[in-house]
Design a protein around this ligand. Sequence first.
Ligand SMILES: Nc1ncnc2c1ncn2[C@@H]1O[C@H](COP(=O)(O)OP(=O)(O)O)[C@@H](O)[C@H]1O
Ligand SMILES: [Mg+2]
Length: 375
Amino acid sequence: MAYRVMLIENDRLLLEQLAQAVQSAEGFQLVARYQSASDALGQGKLFKPNIILLNIDNQDGATLMEQFTRVYPEAAIICMSEHSQAEGVSSMVQAGAKGFIIKPFSAEELKESVETFAKSGMEVSSHVMTFFSPKGKSGKTTLIANLALALGRRTQEQVGIIDADLQFGDMMAFFNLKPKATIVEAVHEIRYMSPVTLNSYFEKVTDHVHVLCGTSAPNLIDRVSIDGFENVVRMARNLFRYILIDVPPGFTPTSISAAELSDVTYVVTMLNGGYELQHTKRALEIFKDWQDYDKRVKPVFTRVTPCDIASQRRLEQALGEPVEAVIPNAYQIVSEAANNGSMAVDIEPDSELSQSVNRLAEKVIGHHHIRWDKP
Ligand SMILES: Nc1ncnc2c1ncn2[C@@H]1O[C@H](COP(=O)(O)OP(=O)(O)O)[C@@H](O)[C@H]1O
Ligand SMILES: [Mg+2]
């Protein structure tokens, strides 16, 4: 079935140009075009459009969205603008828009956008998680990679990893990726991007998991602005159901802003028989400034031996608060897997590590039917 497109653009020349792009896009049929939104609202129904391309520049976008979603409840509304503003996009999506595209666009760009929107559904209820560690070598990159795969497999939804460990991000090495673009370019160019262009900066790992890779050279860190980084995360919310952010160890501008943007921050610590527990306690203290701390900050320990409920309770007692997950010592599996560019949850799905990652995935998804006490 061809898409039946209705186009609304105030500028006459631009209307002409966009109409041509729609007509030459394979699988798209231009059924109506209007210079005025009120004409489109009054007369367009006759043509039964299932996609509405709606100009929002110099318009009251919220009111337009309200009117169009009421008159055309079955159509997918895609907003068009000459600029990309991450905040503007989110509010249009919240108002019911299926997508957002920068004009002018080519036939190819239109096709690609609609395919992306159809797949991601422009999720507004994206769940963003930052993995923070008080110090380096916490096992968090390993945890993120495995958890992302587990989430993708279980939910069959889109999962995005953002490697914002700006100086030494190694997500790309974990998955054996050779990225065409990294977070540096994404942050740099975000002002000119739509969610669809941002999508192309993510490297595909599986059908459900995509990674925005970290910088290839530590000295490029200067080129990543916090503002730009925040806009990348905001826009990525339109592409993925789950977003996992890897940040540098300790409190840095990046790790703080990622945590502030996140729904949940996991404070990840690897037990090495040293002062790790004290460091975790001190890091958690700092997060306690947040009013919703209990809901938004959750400690996780890796390399826990034995990895059982008793160890978890002991850690909880020492910390004086709940521990969200304990991950076993799995050095062997983790390093073998990484050498293959694959992850433990895939190659050793029955291992203790995979089981504990899957349990955390279940918690993230919000199903609590997997019980702790194994038979
Ligand atoms: N659960 C684990 N048990 C044992 N070793 C682990 C575990 N997770 C990670 N490692 C090892 O610890 C090192 C650091 O892991 P990584 O995930 O890169 O941590 P971070 O991102 O905090 O630096 C790696 O050598 C990795 O193989
Ligand atoms: Mg790391």
